[in-house]
Ligand binder design. Structure first.
Ligand code: ATP
Ligand code: MG
Length: 409
């Protein structure tokens, strides 16, 4: 074989076929392409071709930056840095590029390899096993790497399509899930703690666009906590695109709860007020669900009875993605998605400040309603909503939304 490899480096993003059944396919693909365009640095080109995303990186953008961007696009299950050789081209051109990929892996320590060949273009003369044998022979001869079809250090993928050959040396994991927005929108209650941003991430992973609400009890919780929540939204926005964050004025509600609710039930009543407040914000956001970071049994307010007492004030579905997760699992995920370091900054959340000494862990429906009896629920919520602010948060920062001077939305 002879020939020069004349190839373009690009990225391939694959998604799981199972999500593509039925008439939702075009919507799914468009959302995925939009997300990729938004996350990729520079003005990179994104095509939908052969049932996958083909990314042409903008000049000067390193492949690593493009890969990292695709690894934050929900819906993508795997990412490949690939070389494309436009056809017509002969097998020798394909072999040259496969050898280059093998050398790259060899430099990183690989001693054995396997060619994973796929002939999607059935008109191509060689069948997949023959193709693997031909290219494998060329790679072994040029590099001295050993063939190991069972446990190779590196798999070199060779894909024959009608318009081009594609070659890659590694398959990297994507985040999985469904493209942002394809499942609608949810509003996540973000406290500044470790759990709620992880819950938001998991909800967003299933295709929900994110709005968020943080209930601020200024001056009991200071601007440090507020900034923490803004920064958490920035971290989440790296996966979901823009997050709309409500900073809800909660001080007067919390004071009223302190005054009129028996101490053991205060946390539960305050949570019920948060859920009611959040549900009112859902109407403004056109959000179809609430999300919290509750985990069963983690603290007194997360017993089954307490979760029931809080959940019963919600008419919308109240999603609790972490309900069965252990704290260690939550912390692992928080580290992986980049929210942990922000969450552990030392600022109190109002829940620790106002926590009763002996919280009621098994509240009954009757006693919670009685405890709320002296609370002017509607008036408190209305006044608080009027004093709340909304921000538009992207990975780069936050700004008031709508911008000052624009018509209030
Ligand atoms: P987190 O780590 O998310 O704070 P947590 O384990 O500390 O959770 P709690 O403090 O009991 O749990 O809160 C349970 C859930 O209620 C939180 O995960 C969050 O969704 C919501 N929540 C609590 N406090 C606030 C707040 N000030 N603003 C918005 N949501 C809140
Ligand atoms: Mg908390």
């Amino acid at each position: 074989m002879s020939g020069e490899g004349c190839s373009e480096t690009l990225l391939l993003g694959h998604w799981a076929e199972v999500a593509l059944k039925g008439c939702n396919r075009p919507q799914f693909e468009r959302a995925l392409r939009r997300a990729a365009l938004q996350r990729l640095p520079g003005r990179s080109g994104v095509e939908l071709r052969d049932g996958r995303l083909v990314v042409h990186l903008a000049a000067g953008v390193p492949a690593e930056a493009g890969i990292a961007a695709l690894q934050r696009c929900f819906g993508i299950v795997s990412v490949r840095r690939a070389r494309r050789i436009a056809r017509p081209a002969d097998l020798a051109a394909l072999a040259v590029v496969a050898v280059e990929e093998a050398r790259r892996a060899q430099a990183a320590g690989a001693e054995s390899f396997k060619i994973a060949a796929r002939r999607a273009d059935k008109r191509f003369a060689l069948r997949s096993p023959d193709l693997a044998r031909e290219i494998g022979g060329a790679v072994a001869a040029a590099t001295g790497l050993r063939v190991d079809v069972h446990h190779p250090d590196v798999q070199i993928g060779c894909d024959v399509r009608a318009d081009a050959f594609y070659v890659w040396g590694a398959v990297l994991p994507g985040p999985g899930g469904l493209p942002t927005g394809t499942a609608g929108r949810a509003l996540c209650l973000l406290s500044g703690g470790i759990d709620s941003p992880v819950a938001a991430y998991l909800a967003a992973k299933r295709g929900l666009a994110l709005s968020a609400a943080y209930f601020h009890t200024f001056p009991y919780t200071g601007d440090g906590t507020r900034q923490k929540v803004v920064d958490l939204c920035r971290a989440l926005a790296a996966y979901t695109g823009e997050v709309r964050l409500w900073v809800g004025h909660f001080t007067d509600i919390q004071s009223a709860v302190q005054e009129s609710v028996p101490e053991p039930l205060r946390t539960i009543v305050a949570r019920r007020m948060m859920v009611r407040f959040a549900e009112a914000l859902c109407r403004r956001e056109r959000a179809g669900a609430l999300v919290t970071g509750d985990s069963l049994g983690q603290v007194a307010s997360q017993t089954l009875e307490a979760l029931t007492a809080v959940g019963e004030v919600a008419a919308l579905p109240l999603l609790r993605p972490l309900v069965t997760a252990d704290k260690t699992e939550i912390v692992d995920l928080a580290r992986r998605i980049g929210t942990y370091a922000i969450s552990v900054r030392p600022f109190d959340d109002c829940c620790t400040l106002f926590a009763p000494r002996h919280p009621r862990t098994r509240p009954t429906r009757g006693e919670v309603r009685d405890a709320e009896g002296r609370l002017a629920v509607g008036a408190l919520l209305e006044a608080a909503a009027a004093r709340s602010e909304r921000l538009r948060v992207t990975p780069d920062g936050a700004e008031p939304y709508p911008p000052p001077g624009a018509v209030k939305g």
